[in-house]
Ligand binder design. Structure first.
Ligand SMILES: C[S@@+](CC[C@H](N)C(=O)[O-])C[C@H]1O[C@@H](n2cnc3c(N)ncnc32)[C@H](O)[C@@H]1O
Length: 246
């Protein structure tokens, strides 16, 4: 799968793909990430990519011509996704990350300053995506978030594929708590069940914790999930335990 980032600040990405899971994905040939300097697609000799907004007002706006030229040159497939990073876009989430991982090419347009000329939004992109209700100084940080989350769904990028299937959200629940050595730290002990070696018991404990954490932190996720009989039983137990705590 190929990611193409269009940016006025390519230096932001200098070392970020040289470590961790993305580096491994690149080395294995599973993903390719190319960073394009928008100025290389400018149409004048000063390589101007921004200009003042019509109608007046603060700041600068990214011009349409360099962005259209860049995308038209970079786009390789009919079904490539062309994403504009924007605080006004559809909220990025787990499901969208999985959906994007099925496309051969994702082009990410990083806005800067006051944003991009509206004709880019209307006539060039396939998706307008936000990573949350706050304003970043540039789309580069959002592009990184999206690339990392999408790449995790490409088989082989994360060493242990099973762990992706168990991550928070994958089964409609948040992940259960994890512990590692030492068994006791400053008097705080690892739950006994995790030391029993009884895989069935551990599996039930983890499922129950997953349900409990989701109920406490993100009850909205539980409302959307269809629970099986075992999960319903565990959830009833949890609710009783919580009400006896109060
Ligand atoms: C300072 S922001 C422009 C904000 C714009 N004036 C507005 O209020 O909608 C500059 C760029 O950062 C990126 N950006 C800011 N917040 C974002 C968010 N929550 N998600 C994705 N991209 C974001 C966009 O590419 C945006 O064009």
């Amino acid at each position: 799968m190929r990611f193409d980032i269009i940016t006025v600040l390519p230096e932001i990405f200098k070392s970020v793909f040289n470590a961790g899971v993305l580096k491994k994905g690149i080395e294995k040939g599973l993903i390719e990430i190319r960073v394009h300097n928008l100025r290389d697609y400018a149409i004048d000799k000063h390589r101007q990519v921004d200009d003042r907004p019509f109608g007046g007002g603060e700041g600068m706006v990214l011009k349409p011509e360099p962005l259209f030229r860049a995308v038209e040159k970079i786009k390789e497939k009919e079904n490539s996704r062309i994403i504009l990073l924007s605080p006004q876009g559809r909220k990025f989430d787990y499901k969208l990350a999985e959906e994007f991982s099925n496309f051969p090419q994702i082009i990410l347009i990083c806005g800067r300053y006051e944003g991009v000329d509206e004709r880019v939004r209307e006539h060039l992109i396939t998706d307008e995506i936000s990573i949350g209700d706050y304003v970043l100084s540039g789309g580069e940080y959002a592009a990184l978030v999206i690339i990392d989350a999408v790449a995790r769904f490409i088989p082989g990028v994360v060493g242990k594929e099973e762990s992706v299937k168990k991550d928070s959200f994958s089964l409609g629940l948040l992940d259960y708590p994890q512990y590692t050595r030492p068994r006791e730290f400053r008097g705080w002990k690892v739950p006994d069940v995790l030391l029993t070696g009884d895989h069935k018991k551990i599996e039930i404990w983890r499922k129950k914790k997953s349900l409990e954490i989701t109920l406490r932190k993100r009850p909205d996720l539980l409302e959307q999930k269809e629970l099986n009989e075992e999960e319903k039983k565990l959830l009833d137990e949890i609710k009783k335990e919580i009400s006896s705590e109060e």
